[in-house]
Design a protein around this ligand. Structure first.
Ligand SMILES: [Zn+2]
Length: 442
């Protein structure tokens, strides 16, 4: 057995629950928001936010494995080489931050199919591995994919890529030695980067065959992971998963039989707030109903949602204890908006509004140019028209993260006031009205 996670229920109101979760020497309060950090600027922002007294629900953060060489590794090297007294203020802040926050590394193997981070992935593997045999099977895969992209036509390539991806996992699954080495190598990589919970290197699931492989990778990971830290159960699904009742039922029966304390679920490109996604919302609710049933029998179980996007608030109100999204709130691979004034997350609408619309709203509705937000970051904005693009990049991310923190606080407060059913109303009054049905009425 790997190390235990200590879960203590602090308060309950019908389907809602607040807990104290302890991993090693660190304790977080749930519901908790786990920030997906994608670059150094974002980590600096998160570290600054962690100094605020209001940020009690930001105790976890996650970085995808291919982003660690640039964000985490240089800081870890500093941490080991320099004495604390000599550290620059940034490093001192990092030490303080890491002593309190629980760090996850996402193996992010859906990018064996998706290509958005392809170059970065290859480079990171080369930078991180400590011997040329470590994860050679993965590197060969990524290099061959890259080579074929150059030689095939677009149509040929897309067809080939899907088959190649499937073949990679089926071959690995059949070859016990290669599979165990792959898992072991991946866990070594996670440890090297300083992760505090093992996340199994599972494939993207879009079929029953892939679900079975993901289950086996989860089982093997638990049997070979070192006992020094907890090991989670992890599943990554394609969004079509929620349209497949049979696959959802199979997954639910696995959840019921899995003894692991922490289950982490990522559904890619989740967009169930849109009209027309009736079946997807029903299945999402069914999965959360199962989580509720499971924790009634076993209160030591916790659930975490990655790339949960606009669904975070609903998830944290009911099934999940920890929810996560990127710092700008969008959980879709896109380089859109990197060169402009990105949109702003409206805490009341629970949705994004474009920068120009925000500017109009601020000028029209408020005296003295006050931002329509109570977070301590927005309070520092004296005149929106004069904010520089670079500062806006930081401000809107910090504001989003504090808004998520505030949502988590509101849910906790509602549980303590015995009014958790109001979570439905908050959604009903927002742009995300269709998500209210994810939360029980009573
Ligand atoms: Zn704000």
């Amino acid at each position: 057995m790997s190390q235990n996670i200590i879960v203590e229920t602090l308060d309950e109101d019908r389907f809602g629950r607040t807990t104290k979760v302890t991993i090693g020497e660190k304790t977080i309060i749930t519901p908790n928001f786990c920030t997906l950090v994608q670059n150094n600027r974002e980590l600096n922002s998160l570290m600054n936010l962690s100094m605020l007294s209001e940020s009690k629900h930001l105790g976890t953060y996650i970085i995808r494995v291919f982003d660690t060489p640039k964000i985490i590794m240089p800081r870890l090297e500093n941490k080991n080489q320099i004495s604390i007294a000599n550290l620059e203020s940034v490093e001192a802040l990092f030490l303080k931050f890491t002593s309190k926050h629980i760090f996850f590394i996402d193996p992010a193997l859906e990018y064996l199919l998706y290509e958005f981070h392809a170059r970065k992935f290859v480079k990171a593997l080369k930078d991180l591995r400590t011997n040329p045999k470590q994860l050679d099977v993965l590197l060969r895969y990524l290099e061959e994919r890259d080579a074929r992209k150059e030689t095939f036509s677009k149509k040929e390539y897309e067809f080939w890529k899907k088959a190649f991806h499937k073949k990679f996992w089926y071959n690995l699954d059949r070859n016990q030695t290669a599979r165990n080495k792959f898992v072991g190598d991946y866990l070594d990589l996670e440890t090297l980067c300083g992760s505090e919970v093992f996340m199994p290197p599972v494939p993207l699931v879009d079929s029953e065959g892939m679900l079975d492989i993901a289950k086996r990778i989860n089982t093997i990971t638990k049997s070979i992971a070192s006992r020094t830290k907890p090991c989670a159960t992890y599943f990554i699904f394609q969004k079509s998963f929620l349209r497949n009742d049979r696959l959802v039922d199979k997954f639910i029966s696995y959840m019921k039989s899995d003894p692991t304390q922490l289950t982490i679920i990522k559904i890619k490109n989740l967009d169930i707030w849109k009209p027309g996604c009736v079946q997807q919302r029903e299945n999402y609710k069914k999965i959360m109903d199962t989580m509720y049933e499971i924790r009634r029998i076993n209160p030591y179980k916790i659930f975490m949602a990655l790339e949960n996007w606009y669904v975070s608030y609903a998830s944290a109100s009911y099934g999940y204890n920890i929810v996560s999204s990127s710092m700008h709130g969008f959980d879709r691979d896109s380089s859109f908006g990197t060169n402009t004034y990105g949109s702003w997350f409206d805490p009341e609408l629970m949705y994004y509004i474009p920068f120009d619309e925000l500017k109009n709203k601020v000028l029209k509705n408020t005296h003295n140019n006050v931002m329509p937000c109570y977070c301590s970051v927005c309070k520092t904005i004296k005149n929106l028209s004069e904010v520089k693009k670079d500062d806006w990049y930081r401000l809107r991310r910090e504001h989003y993260t504090l808004t998520m923190n505030e949502y988590m606080r509101m849910i906790s407060q509602a549980i303590s006031d015995r009014t958790i059913e109001l979570a439905r109303e908050k959604l009903a009054n927002s742009q995300l009205a269709l998500l209210r049905d994810l939360i029980p009425r009573q």
